[in-house]
Design a protein around this ligand. Structure first.
Ligand code: NAD
Length: 260
């Protein structure tokens, strides 16, 4: 399979969870992959796994909320492979509190990782994509780009914001043959979600099992978690779009939790 042969894809937050599977999926389809993650050793280990499977990958330490680090990382990726065709803006964290006790510093940290990160990585890669007159950006939003949940003020705000950013990139990028879309996952059992289960159980005063059944999966059509593979497939679909027919869009992959 080589849908992305000779292409270069940079995936942020790809040392773990959803991003890691997206990186593997691109590599399986022939792309050279840059894994950019806060933790350099974890990024390098994830890249080594891809290389071990016969793929081509580079691991970079990058805090997506740090402009200098993002620009240096994007330049290093371009220097290594000579092009940047795809950006998957995936790095993310979760912090839950009721609004009235949400520490301002944690609110700012959430917006820095999700929104500053998406903006800075977009800006840094557009330089190369516009010069090449080609590119595709996929943002990892969430069902929380469309719906709200208690305790998630910062996350819901940030994930809604990504829809706006993607639509502006779609409009500005069109003349340069650059597309932008958003994949909106439902709950996927990654470390980010594993951490939330006990936290939400404590905040809501219910058992962990009830958090899964009655909070996370209650609205799905079948009580199932979405998988990292489900999300990677949607990302590759957007990334492979050949024309501006598919730009400025969002796709919800959530076992029917959210329908529109
Ligand atoms: P995860 O915790 O498994 O992985 C997130 C990765 O991002 C980690 O490797 C972490 O080191 C990295 N990261 C965190 N802050 C960073 C920073 N400042 N700079 C660079 N890298 C950073 O989480 P995940 O569940 O795979 O989440 C990936 C994305 O998917 C996030 O944007 C998340 O909001 C989104 N998402 C997840 C779910 C879910 O249910 N897991 C649902 C909807 C959306």
């Amino acid at each position: 399979m080589s849908r992305f042969k000779d292409k270069v894809a940079i995936v942020t937050g790809a040392a773990s969870g959803i991003g890691k599977e997206i990186a593997h999926a691109f590599a399986r389809e022939g792309a050279r992959v840059v894994i950019a993650d806060l933790k350099q050793d974890a990024a390098e280990a994830a890249a080594a796994e891809i290389v071990g499977n016969g793929g081509t990958a580079l691991g970079l330490g990058m805090d997506v909320g740090d402009e200098a680090a993002v620009n240096a990382g994007m330049d290093a990726a371009h220097a290594a492979y000579g092009r940047i065709d795809i950006l998957v803006s995936n790095a993310g964290i979760q912090i839950v509190h009721p609004i009235e006790s949400f520490p301002f510093a944690e609110w700012k940290k959430m917006l820095a990782v999700h929104l500053d990160g998406a903006f800075l990585t977009t800006k840094a890669c557009l330089k190369y994509m516009y010069a090449a007159k080609s590119g595709s950006i996929v943002y990892i939003g969430s069902v929380h780009s469309k719906e709200a949940s208690p305790l998630k003020a910062a996350y819901v705000t940030a994930k809604h914001g990504l829809l706006g950013l993607a639509r502006v990139v779609a409009k500005e990028g069109a003349a340069h043959n650059v597309r932008a879309n958003v994949v909106c996952p439902g709950f996927v059992r990654t470390p980010l979600v594993e951490k939330q289960i006990p936290e939400q159980a404590k905040e809501l005063g219910i058992s962990e099992e009830d958090v899964v059944k009655t909070v996370m999966l209650r609205e799905t059509v079948d009580g199932q978690f979405t998988t990292v593979e489900d999300i990677a497939e949607a990302v590759l679909y957007f990334a492979g779009a050949k024309t501006n027919a598919l730009t400025g869009q969002s796709l919800i992959v959530s076992h029917g939790w959210c329908m529109e």
